[in-house]
Ligand binder design. Sequence first.
Ligand SMILES: Nc1ncnc2c1ncn2[C@@H]1O[C@H](COP(=O)(O)OP(=O)(O)OP(=O)(O)O)[C@@H](O)[C@H]1O
Ligand SMILES: O=C(O)C1=C[C@@H](O)[C@@H](O)[C@H](O)C1
Ligand SMILES: [Mg+2]
Length: 175
Amino acid sequence: MWLQKVILIGFRATGKSTVGRLLAERLSWDFVDLDHYIERRLGKSIREVVEEEGWETFRRAEREALRDFIGRPRVVLAVGGGAVMHRKEMEELGREGLFIWLKASPETISQRLKKDPYTKTRRPSLTGKSLEEEVRELLQERTPLYSALAHLELSSETQAPEELVEHILEQIKNF
Ligand SMILES: Nc1ncnc2c1ncn2[C@@H]1O[C@H](COP(=O)(O)OP(=O)(O)OP(=O)(O)O)[C@@H](O)[C@H]1O
Ligand SMILES: O=C(O)C1=C[C@@H](O)[C@@H](O)[C@H](O)C1
Ligand SMILES: [Mg+2]
């Protein structure tokens, strides 16, 4: 099979958007940040969508957005942290590409979330619990979903985005 796309999966703030953008530049492929794509399509931020219409509306839009990329070649896709819940769409994307799972500890994720400017507009609370508790719980709950899809897993804990890109490029060569 000719590799058509690379799909970055993993929890919030593990570096999917950062690494995806750099990887796409190196491959001279398109880069799509699915959260950004959804916001453009709906004409509002994820926070606004969730506050005004609830998570269900966001998840529906996310599923439709994933479908838009099935069959599209030469694209690096950074999906949101919860996109792995759309099993059918992820399975179809997986037939065309490689899933790279970016990982980090709950402590690092919480720290990054507190600092990152996009947290305000794109990452409303998913559970209503404290940030630390939410990250710990959801990370545990979603780990089997990331793990089941991943062709390659990499830690963004100590490696810089540029180093991660080199690893991914090395793996892609083998496909
Ligand atoms: N390898 C890394 N080392 C240190 N910091 C990083 C690394 N990768 C990303 N970051 C930082 O972590 C924050 C979150 O990164 P990014 O937005 O790329 O995550 P994400 O996985 O796309 O999150 P989301 O699922 O919410 O879209 C940013 O502030 C970014 O600069
Ligand atoms: O982990 C999640 O469920 C989410 C992560 C973000 O990337 C956004 O897709 C949204 O805030 C939901
Ligand atoms: Mg992102």
